[in-house]
Design a protein around this ligand. Structure first.
Ligand code: PGA
Ligand code: ZN
Length: 424
């Protein structure tokens, strides 16, 4: 199989936060077209591949992406058009060589990832397979993932005073993907009524979760656990569990963690998490410690690693080498996987492979700034990692991913659903 592009181009469009991003188009030599939309984060890790922004204050407060668009339309298109590629790896290698930096800062990770995602779609099309099937790695089986619905937003994704960024419900015990989606939507609706009954705001944060004026993470967890049972579900690993992403880098300053007005040491924060895990049905904890607190991460892993999934995001940045080093240092037991954090689809697949070989879990993730592109739904199924987070079960850019999972389920009823056996 070979892919030959007859055109590659990008335009500046808006993401779900109303900020500019790229829409990338590519045409195959027979005229068939593929498209991708580039996501963008707000609570980013310091070692993420670099998004190119124009920094022209006269447009979009400096957030324009015209330069990245020009890089797609100019040097990238010139390097790819007319050549015959036998694999996505080859396309991504050309993109990396053309950029020439380790952090993709010359052409921009936003330009590169958009082209890489479009190229993956081109290979899927050329091979006559749906994207998820094309993305299945040699050593893994595809699987429908457990959706992790972010129903309460805090941190930098909302204007409330809640320091923990994400409170997710994960129907790990659901019998099927459609039933998991139904559980997420019904609990979301119940939670909305609970907040409204208490005269609390039902306004939404960046990922579609509610952003009530609550400062205490434990208070949110109490409301959430109640909403799960009020909606008729069992709270816990047999039914609907909870996953947290405090995104602790954002409240880690001068060696202390600032939570709800308190200043905690790493040890005190770990003790707080231990009490939370004792009291609430939390099965997964992402970025519990700040990305620069490696010692805290090791202590957290030693203290809770056999009870909960500990996911590295800001500290791992979907970088295969960084994840491999973390495995050697006893940091975490799972990785968050975001395509734009590393900048190409091939390197994302490599990060997933590092996780698999190390026995680490992996959760495919959207970004807080999204488009209607549902690429990550196919990636989650193809990789067989068994977990995805794509925000609330509401708002178009979030449900695009969940709806794509429903489509895949309908088209491939033979696929298993749920966490991979090793994660249980
Ligand atoms: P981001 O947040 O997309 O704003 O980086 C998502 C996360 O922290 O997981
Ligand atoms: Zn995170």
């Amino acid at each position: 199989m070979a892919v030959r592009f007859s055109s590659i181009s990008a335009i500046e469009v808006l993401d779900s936060r109303g900020r500019p991003t790229l829409s990338v188009w590519a045409a195959l030599s027979d005229g068939r077209q593929v498209r991708s939309g580039v996501p963008s984060g707000a609570s980013t890790g310091s070692r993420e591949a670099v998004e190119l922004r124009d920094h022209d204050d006269a447009r979009y407060a400096g957030q324009g992406v015209r330069q990245a668009v020009e890089n797609v339309n100019g040097p990238i298109a010139d390097a790819l058009i007319g050549r015959s590629f036998s694999s996505l790896d080859d396309v991504d290698q050309v993109l990396r060589d053309l950029d020439g930096t380790t952090d993709k800062s010359r052409l921009g990770a936003n330009a590169i990832v958009g082209v890489s995602m479009a190229a993956a779609r081109a290979f899927a099309l050329e091979s006559g397979q749906p994207l998820w099937r094309y993305l299945i790695p040699a050593e893994a089986l595809p699987r429908l993932p457990v959706p992790h619905f972010n129903v309460v937003n805090g941190g930098v994704h909302a204007l409330n005073n809640l320091d923990f960024q994400e409170f997710m419900i994960a129907p790990v015990g659901a019998p099927s993907l459609p039933e998991a989606i139904r559980a997420g939507a019904e609990i979301y609706r119940t939670l909305r009524s609970t907040l409204a009954d208490r005269r609390m705001s039902t306004g939404l944060g960046d990922e579609g979760g509610f952003a009530p004026e609550i400062d205490s993470p434990e208070e949110v967890l109490t409301l959430l656990t109640a909403a799960i049972s009020d909606a008729g579900y069992v709270a816990g690993r047999d039914g609907v569990a909870i996953a947290l992403d405090p995104a602790a880098s954002e409240f880690h300053r001068d060696g202390r963690y600032r939570v709800g007005g308190e200043s905690l040491s790493s040890q005190e924060l770990i003790e707080r998490y231990a009490r939370i895990v004792d009291e609430f049905p939390v099965w997964s904890l992402e970025d519990g410690m700040g990305e620069h607190d490696a010692a805290g991460w090791q202590q957290l892993t030693a203290a809770l690693g056999d009870r909960v999934q500990l996911v590295g995001d800001d500290n791992f940045v979907t970088n295969p080498a960084v994840i491999a080093a973390a495995v050697r240092s006893g940091i975490g037991n799972a990785a968050l996987i975001k395509v734009n954090q590393i900048g190409t689809v091939s390197e994302t697949l490599e990060a997933l492979s590092v996780c698999r070989r190390a026995g680490y879990g992996a959760m495919i993730s959207h970004r807080s700034g999204e488009t209607d592109d549902s690429f990550i739904a196919d990636l989650a199924v193809g990789s067989g990692c068994g977990q995805i987070k794509s925000g609330a079960p509401a708002r178009g850019e979030r449900v695009a991913k969940y709806n794509r999972l429903l489509e895949i389920t309908a088209s491939a009823p033979e696929l298993s659903f749920g966490l991979p056996p090793a994660t249980h």
